[in-house]
Design a protein around this ligand. Structure first.
Ligand SMILES: [Zn+2]
Ligand SMILES: [Zn+2]
Length: 144
């Protein structure tokens, strides 16, 4: 699972090294040089230089993807709502006279918002569809 710490570690690694772009030395194909023509790697096996030269670009793309995942997690965060859960209350066969007791329920803030916006009659009986963690977070956690 990717986490905030993974991204910060990657970002630290990426910025610790010489700036991109890195290129394969045309005269010494086992060597890779940075934008100041300083070597960042030399004597690599035939498969290595292309991967090493592309590493800064790939790391930047990976960091961007991790930032997008963090943003998704920020939006699909847990939120507590209070809902009537008693069966008699739900079928309106109780004596609470409009004062039915509620219980805290953890839902996905974003999925709950979308459900309420897209269906004007969305209410407590639909909360089972927006419980936290929602499908989006379960996928990010590798549980779907
Ligand atoms: Zn009730
Ligand atoms: Zn969600």
């Amino acid at each position: 699972m990717t986490t905030l710490n993974n991204r910060r570690q990657l970002q630290s690694e990426a910025t610790r090294h010489s700036p991109a772009p890195w290129v394969i030395d045309p005269e010494l194909p086992g060597d890779v040089r940075d934008d100041s023509n300083e070597p960042v790697s030399w004597g690599a096996d035939p498969a290595g230089p292309a991967l090493i030269a592309a590493a800064p670009t790939h790391l930047a793309d990976l960091i961007t993807a991790l930032e997008q995942i963090e943003r998704i997690r920020e939006v699909h965060k847990a939120e507590t709502v209070h809902a009537i859960t008693g069966y008699d209350c739900c079928i309106e066969d109780c004596d609470h006279e409009g004062e039915c007791p509620t219980e805290p329920i953890e839902v996905c803030a974003e999925c709950n918002r979308i459900a309420k916006e897209s269906y004007r009659y969305f209410g407590e009986n639909g909360l089972g569809n927006v419980l936290y963690p929602c499908p989006t977070i379960r996928i990010l956690d590798g549980n779907e």
